[in-house]
Write a protein that binds this ligand. Structure first.
Ligand code: ADP
Ligand code: MG
Length: 510
């Protein structure tokens, strides 16, 4: 299907990695002056397709045309020569250099261009597209949003008029996302062709002119954004109709009930004696989900580890009336606090990769029963019920955990924590990387636990999910508690401002 107005035309693209067909006969086109969203679940082949357009991979078969001419890219340099620039999920900047040095690095002849000339050229591009960058600032001093702006400037400085952004908003606050979208609109006005990879439907609806949906390596179709909606796009993405509503059952404990977990003046220092958590106080009540929002690295990890005794803390961690600060992790966990921190926990403290699912389940209940009895039969039935409840793809409960996919390991971890019937569940990023169906399954499980009276501390990154799922949301910024807000009366923008360290005016409803 040839798009006559297309500037970039990819047709019949195939790419296989081992046994995985990452792209299977994909057609994709972009016009000048268009923002085109590439939408699909994790692993659907979006990055692979764009990595071929930016010269990182070569397709096994299929063709790429730009401006009507066939192109064969053998390296990113080839693609850059054709005006293609890609801003990757993980930035490729040199930390110890300044923005300007990063932007001009590796440019032919740049060594001979006078410093002043470069600064002027960067300034002109920045002005044209509305980018705000301090050219002489070192990258390590910059926020994620600023680093991304440098990446975009770098690509534009190389003369790109086709810009690919891979999940650019995943790491941004709502305010930074708005700023990025304004830049993209300016680029559209300047007749650039823009491709934005995302799995967020609200962003597709907000920013794009057209959207192409990938599912399991295949293109499901391209539609005009104005002629579709979130429901239809979800169905294209998932392959079946799905409700994207997250339930929020009423808090069972009631606002005036005794808190299950009462954290007071928690302070944690890192090895350099820097306070990574500072005087943080909050309570988790029975049957509520307390969300934690913050820019990545704001102290989320230390907070979780501090509560379960994996970090030295000062302050109090009162659980059911008993101060657990300073206790050993095994002791704290056996009292009924469970913790799963997804990014590093998959095969870290949580699970032993070399063991099967049953043994991993037993590993923890064994400790709980002080090692008197290890009932393997019970372990098998627990493991089987976890596999069922969390829809884990595994040949069986005796399959080695390290041989499962990342998402399935994650589900084993959370499944085991939940199956031990803790009173408090601390869970960080449990749906990271999971597909939509699996993520909603996790929200359901957390809600079921909440209804039983479990208190849940949910560290999340998707603000839309936090606002729907949680009862209250606390925001941390550089280890400090900014505020605790009732989710139903809070907006994403309010959360974003707090995440950036701006205290809200009149934000006094803790
Ligand atoms: P998306 O960007 O939509 O999340 P990707 O394009 O990254 O998806 O991946 C599509 C599929 O190809 C996945 O199953 C992924 O594991 C696989 N894949 C991607 N890159 C590689 C690679 N370099 N080696 C092996 N498999 C890969
Ligand atoms: Mg990707």
């Amino acid at each position: 299907m040839t798009d006559r107005a297309a500037y970039v035309q990819m047709e019949g693209i195939c790419k296989t990695f081992g046994v995985v067909k990452a792209n299977d006969q994909v057609d994709f086109s972009v016009r000048k002056g268009e923002i085109h969203a590439l939408l699909g679940e994790n692993g659907s082949g979006k990055s692979t397709l764009m990595n071929m357009l930016s010269g990182i991979y070569m397709p096994d078969s299929g063709s790429i045309n730009i401006g009507g001419k066939p192109c064969h890219f053998h390296s990113p340099k080839d693609a850059i020569r054709h005006g293609i620039g890609m801003v990757h999920q993980h930035f490729k900047l040199v930390d110890i250099l300044t923005a300007k040095e990063n932007i001009t690095a590796g440019m032919p002849g740049s060594f001979f261009i006078k410093n002043k000339g470069m600064t002027e050229a960067i300034g002109n591009i920045a002005k044209k597209y509305g980018l705000q960058v301090q050219a002489d600032r070192k990258i390590y001093n910059m926020s994620v949003g600023e680093k991304q702006t440098v990446e975009i400037l770098k690509v534009l400085y190389r003369g790109a008029d086709i810009l690919i952004l891979d999940e650019p908003t995943a790491v941004l606050t709502p305010q930074e996302t708005d700023a990025l979208f304004n830049i993209l609109r300016n680029m559209r006005r300047e007749n650039c062709a823009i491709i934005i990879i995302t799995h967020k439907l609200n962003e597709v609806m907000e920013i794009s002119d057209r959207v192409t949906v990938l599912r399991k390596g295949q293109s499901i179709g391209t539609v005009n954004t104005s002629e579709t909606n979130a429901k239809a796009l979800t169905e294209m993405m998932v392959g079946r109709p799905m409700s994207l509503e997250i339930q929020r059952p009423a808090v069972t404990g009631g606002a005036d009930s005794e808190p299950l977990l009462d954290v007071r003046d928690l302070t944690i220092e890192n090895q350099e004696k820097i306070k990574v958590i500072q005087n943080v106080s909050f309570q988790v009540r029975r049957g509520e989900i307390l969300g934690v929002a913050g820019i990545a690295g704001s102290g989320q990890k230390e907070l979780c580890e501090g509560i379960v005794g994996l970090q030295k803390v000062s302050g109090k961690v009162i659980f059911k009336g008993e101060d657990l600060a300073g206790c050993k992790p095994g002791n704290i966990i056996s009292k009924g606090i469970s913790m799963s921190f997804i990014p590093e926990d998959r095969l870290g403290m949580g699970l032993v990769g070399g063991l099967d699912i049953v043994d991993n389940v037993l590993l923890k209940s064994y400790r709980k029963t002080k090692g008197l009895f290890v009932d393997r039969k019970q372990g098998v039935s627990m493991a089987e019920s976890i596999v069922r409840r969390f829809d884990i793809s595994t040949p069986g409960v005796h399959h080695q955990v390290s041989k499962l996919s990342g998402g399935n390991i994650q589900k084993v971890l959370l499944g085991r924590e939940v199956s031990l019937n803790p009173s408090v569940i601390i869970t960080a990023y449990p749906t990271r990387g999971l597909d939509i169906g699996a993520s909603y399954n996790i929200y359901d499980v957390l809600n079921e636990e909440k209804k039983k009276g479990v208190g849940i501390l949910y560290i999340g990154e998707d603000l839309d999910v936090l606002l729907e799922l949680c009862d209250r949301i606390m925001v941390i910024h550089q280890g400090e508690l900014m505020d605790i807000l009732p989710a139903s009366e809070t907006t994403k923008e309010q959360l974003g401002l707090l995440m950036l360290g701006h205290r809200g005016e009149g934000a006094d409803h803790v």
